[in-house]
Design a binder for this molecule. Structure first.
Ligand code: GTP
Length: 336
């Protein structure tokens, strides 16, 4: 089975980390986000993945030079200009000649969903589209559905509302970013223009009655915002994920024995000097944390010099927290 994986967005909400590395290539537990995703799709029966790429495709081509990710064959569909999610799905699916039921996944979703179960639900309900749904406490920031005639979590979607006003949500079930499509959906997406699958296509298909949903309570995180990107990493340390886990410290990292490092992932080539305390943090590959620095609940790609304090901050690859400085609730370097 084919899958289209959307990886062509700008990742603005994860800046400045995404100024150097496209969001789906950022590591989650030492492995690029997109690689964890492709492995999950493979467990659900996907054999061929089309990466729907836009700007900056080179890091993806370099990461998978032989066109394979594990047992999955990868192809690349590079849009001449960003077509938004719906336009990108159409462009990628037609580029790859997909002509039968296929899976679509957002490149920044980490979940334990069994994709095979989503495909089975799609087929048993003769749906044109099946959307994976998850329940959240505050659905207003997401695409929210109304689900009717539901049995064992599966039902027909009679409403799809993208980011409704608080209090106007039809339910607490949201679009969790993994779909099964019939190829007929591609005919409903206009060619060569920007189309949002969430704002344009799904509401229209829901009104026509051909969208179904499967709600599950599997682990699910949209890793596209800083706190959730950090959580998606740290959740791999707790043993709570079904298939995914990681070592806290990459073998090629250097952590001084006199450093205190708790609930933290330290990437390859990173250096943590003596006397530091680093807690609830993702220290990305190549980052530096100098002697006696204190770092808490942060994402560090650049340098934290000696005796600095960093709390709930994001340090991009070019960011430097000077010796003895204090940085809290902030992003470095500032974005334009
Ligand atoms: P933000 O800029 O932070 O909103 O991130 P994003 O646009 O990269 O991601 P968003 O969550 O908004 O989009 C969902 C998925 O669609 C992500 O995996 C994106 O990489 C992808 N995506 C968004 N727009 C495009 C596009 O125009 N083309 C392609 N190929 N993928 C896209």
């Amino acid at each position: 089975m084919h899958a289209v994986v959307l990886v062509g967005g700008f990742g603005t909400r994860l800046r400045p980390l995404t100024e150097q590395i496209p969001k789906p290539m950022l590591p989650i537990g030492h492995v690029p986000m997109v690689e964890r995703l492709v492995r999950r799709l493979a467990r659900g029966g996907v054999t061929d993945v089309v990466l729907a790429l836009g700007f900056n495709p080179e890091p993806f081509l370099a990461a998978f030079p032989d066109g394979r990710c594990g047992d999955v064959a990868l192809t690349y569909a590079v849009e001449p200009e960003p077509l938004d999610t719906g336009g990108a799905i159409r462009f990628a699916a037609l580029s790859a000649g997909i002509g039968s039921t296929f899976v679509v996944a957002n490149g920044d979703v980490m979940t334990d969903l069994d994709v095979g179960a989503l495909v089975d639900s799609h087929r048993s309900r003769s749906a044109e589209v099946t959307i994976h749904l998850t329940g959240v406490d505050d659905p207003s920031a997401f695409g929210v559905v109304g689900l009717v005639d539901a049995q064992n979590g599966a039902g027909r979607v009679d409403q799809f509302v993208e980011k409704p006003d608080p209090g106007k949500e039809p339910s607490n079930l949201i679009n969790a970013g993994t779909y099964v499509f019939e190829p007929t959906v591609l005919d409903r997406i206009p060619a060569d223009v920007r189309v949002s699958i969430e704002r344009n296509t799904f509401p229209a298909l829901a009104a026509a009655g051909s969208v179904h949903g499967l709600a599950t309570d599997d682990y699910w995180i949209d890793a596209g915002v800083p706190d959730l990107y950090r959580a998606a990493n740290l959740d791999l340390l707790g043993g709570g994920r079904i298939h995914d886990s990681c070592e806290a410290v990459a073998p090629e990292a250097t952590v001084d024995p006199g450093a205190t490092v708790m609930n933290t992932i330290v990437g390859s080539g990173a250096v943590i000097e003596a006397g530091t305390t680093v807690v609830d943090t993702v220290v990305l590959p190549g980052a530096f944390i100098g002697a006696r620095a204190q770092v808490e609940a942060s994402l560090v790609m650049g340098r934290v010099e000696a005796d600095a304090t960093v709390i709930e901050a994001i340090i991009g690859a070019d960011g430097v927290v000077a010796e003895g400085d204090h940085l809290a609730f902030d992003t470095m370097p500032p974005t334009a």
